[in-house]
Design a protein around this ligand. Structure first.
Ligand code: KG4
Ligand code: ZN
Length: 337
């Protein structure tokens, strides 16, 4: 019955979660609003905000998990292991969580578990009652990554397709920026798209081989399209443009997902990552599931975007397998799978 504290600090969310025997008892997330005015995450500011947030966030996660224990010291004594996101991410952000986890591991004399952020996004699907059995496919779509993963077991995950340039989240955010929407624009495109016609405007879909994706052409295509229009066009057609951009991104994603099902014969299909919060993608996945006979899974919203619960569930499986890290371990910005 391992009790694990997990810390996530790879980008601009500081999060801590406690998991007992694979059950999530708490999952606290502090968002950083400081980046909005700059139109993207500013690494230096992200590190500083992690420094401010990490103690209160860890405190809150422990307090919710062990409500009958009075002091932080008593709560910390309940832990069997400390887990943290080791890669990939912004190095200054990763350093804060890594050092905090290592210090706790050293002072409490408990094992340390290093977790890969992208593997954790996939395993977020194992949180809760409704979960896939192995093998399953997972489309992981976030601000930094777009991957199709074949999961054979919790610790046997293979990337079978990925983006060759921008991530799906970047396609949302960069298109939103061209429309004059603030960062991160993905949720706003989702919101306006709900009132618009997805077939109003047509944007080119790239022809990329195998199970890989490309999204950089979409941004250029939206840019050229907007440059040709009269002043006031965006304001008058915002919902239709958003719906059409979203429709194109979802169509690119679903086409490759269908191909992955055909190639692997695996019919349990999950999504994960920040973009899996998109209402159009969630609907499209369910419709594709109904049409093609797939069993589909979507994590709860709080486990889609960056969170420590997914780090905790991954750490639980690594604990069972005896996969611990040395105290000399450090973060890496880019990590091979
Ligand atoms: O997984 P995540 O929280 O952080 C990364 O690891 O990147 O993903 C953030 C990305 C951003 O690009 C954001 O715009 C996008 O997820 N996103 C959405 C929605 N909610 C978040 N994109 C489209 N529709 C949404 N509802
Ligand atoms: Zn992420």
């Amino acid at each position: 019955m391992p009790t694990i504290l997990a810390i996530e600090s790879s980008c601009d969310e500081t999060s801590a979660a406690v998991c007992v025997d694979g059950q999530i008892l708490s999952n606290f997330i502090a968002n950083q609003t400081v980046h909005e005015q700059y139109g993207g995450v500013v690494p230096e500011l992200a590190s500083r905000a992690h420094m401010q947030h990490i103690v209160p966030v860890v405190d809150a996660a422990l307090a919710q998990a062990f409500p009958t224990l009075q002091t932080p010291g008593e709560r910390l004594q309940k832990l069997d292991a400390i887990a943290f996101t080791q890669a990939p991410g912004l190095i200054g952000s990763l350093l804060v969580g890594t050092q905090f986890a290592k210090s706790l591991s050293l002072s409490l004399n408990r094992p340390l578990i290093a977790v890969h952020h992208m593997q954790a996004h996939v395993l977020a699907n194992l949180i809760g009652e409704e979960r896939p059995t192995f093998p399953f496919l997972c489309l992981t779509v976030s601000g930094g990554h777009t991957q199709i993963v074949l999961a054979r077991s919790p610790l046997d995950l293979e990337v079978i397709g990925e983006t060759i340039d921008d991530a799906a989240g970047e396609a949302f955010d960069k298109s939103a920026k061209l429309l004059g929407l603030p960062y991160p624009g993905g949720p706003l495109i989702d919101k306006y798209a709900q009132e618009g016609n997805p077939l109003a405007f047509k944007f080119a879909e790239p022809q990329i081989p195998e199970l890989n994706f490309s999204f950089s052409g979409l941004k250029t295509s939206v840019l050229y399209f907007l440059q040709k229009q009269e002043p006031g066009f965006i304001q008058e057609n915002l919902a239709d443009i958003c719906a059409s951009v979203q429709h194109t991104i979802i169509s690119i994603l679903l086409r490759k997902l269908k191909k992955a099902v055909q190639q692997t014969g695996v019919r349990q299909v999950c999504i994960a990552g920040g973009v899996s919060a998109n209402s159009g993608l969630r609907k499209a996945l369910q419709e594709a599931g109904a049409k093609h006979g797939w069993k589909t899974f979507i994590p709860k919203f709080e486990y889609c975007t960056d969170n420590a619960a997914m780090i905790a569930i991954t750490a639980y499986h690594k604990y069972q397998a005896g996969q611990f890290s040395e105290l000399s371990v450090g973060p890496t910005a880019r990590a091979e799978w």
